[in-house]
Design a protein around this ligand. Structure first.
Ligand code: SF4
Length: 343
């Protein structure tokens, strides 16, 4: 049965016409879907009972079942959600004062195979629909009972390997008929799929772009991020130049510092060269300590040194503290823990 979230406005109007219903019902139904987050047709109290029954015969409401929720000492909450077909995904809500940021997934699993990532190790299950991406944000909003002020698509999956659904979700999140979140507060984080970066640069909305860089040395980056090794760092440098020329917006490079791998003096010098004279902002990420992982975080002093050296050549950089360090907040960890428990 088709999920009502996945049909277009035009298809909804056609379905209503077939059912002999007036057009204004579409607006009412869309409010239930995208603003109120109805999980059953019975909740749609301003629709006639007969219409609710007719819709229930034709459509499902998708829906996500919460399999697990962890709350961190810093207030962030991580969710493991089960989709209608049983696929499991993760998302995180991170409150700061009156703000609530959500990190959502665009795929169940991921095919990019980043060496430091638990999700990458497990492979891709499938891409999500736009409404499944959007639904995670609604789930977090309803759990916190407060407005979501920003969303970053940095959970499981590579958003640009699922481009159309990603853009569909961003547009709905941005729309006044959806959650009405400003485009600049909606961020896509990619490993660096060049053709899609160039396509994204031409989209009319002012969405924000973050690129996982993690090394400006080709052989290190190939090792850490094999999924994008077909595009060289030079390709990436040029594409990001085009992105800035076309949009005038400041992109972010994500750089997770890994002790002994990408935090050496040679790596720092290459990063400084890669960023010098560009508009990019660099986020130095301090990894969470993952038991048994061969990748360990660098020291705080080393992170500070990266920021200082980038600053010396006029590149803005900040150290981002991982939220939820006590709740398995690196992608894939919660799901793996649940699977270990079940096994
Ligand atoms: S870090 Fe992101 S892109 Fe890389 S494997 Fe993990 S989920 Fe995929």
């Amino acid at each position: 049965m088709q999920d009502l979230h996945d049909i277009s406005h035009g298809e909804l109007l056609a379905a209503l016409e077939e059912l002999g219903q007036p057009k204004f019902r579409a607006k009412q139904i869309e409010e239930w879907l995208w603003e109120k987050g109805a999980t059953s047709f019975d909740e749609m109290s301003n629709l006639p009972k007969t219409l609710r029954a007719a819709l229930a015969e034709r459509f499902s409401l998708g829906g996500m079942e919460q399999l697990a929720r962890q709350e961190s000492e810093d207030g962030s909450r991580k969710y493991l959600l089960k989709l209608a077909d049983g696929a499991a995904i993760e998302c995180v809500g991170m409150p700061t004062g009156a703000r609530l940021a959500v990190c959502a997934s665009t795929q169940a699993g991921c095919g990019m195979g980043c060496a430091f990532c638990a999700t990458g190790a497990a492979g891709l299950t499938r891409s999500l629909t736009a409404s499944e991406i959007y639904g995670q944000v609604m789930h977090v909003r309803d759990d916190f009972g407060s407005r979501v002020t920003s969303v970053v698509l940095m959970g499981q999956g590579e958003p640009f390997a699922n481009y159309d659904a990603t853009l569909g979700a961003l547009r709905r999140l941005n729309s006044p008929d959806g959650l009405g979140i400003g485009a600049r507060h909606l961020t896509v984080s990619t490993c660096g799929i060049i053709p899609q970066i160039l396509r994204f640069a031409k989209e009319p909305e002012q969405f924000t772009l973050a690129v996982s860089l993690h090394s400006a040395v080709q052989r290190t980056r190939n090792l850490l991020m094999p999924g994008v090794k077909r595009w060289s760092l030079l390709n990436l440098y040029e594409a990001m130049g085009t992105y800035v020329d076309l949009t005038g917006r400041r992109p972010t490079y994500e750089y997770a510092l890994i002790r002994g791998i990408n935090d050496t003096d040679e790596e720092l010098a290459s990063l400084v060269d890669f960023c010098r004279g560009t508009l990019a902002h660099v986020n130095i990420i301090q990894l969470n300590e993952v038991p048994g992982s061969k990748f360990q975080p660098s020291s705080e002093a080393r992170a500070g040194e990266f920021v200082r050296r980038l600053g010396q050549v006029g590149v803005e950089a900040t150290v981002r503290v991982s939220r939820g360090a006590d709740i398995d907040a690196a992608c894939g960890q919660l799901r793996q823990r649940m699977e270990r428990k079940r096994g």
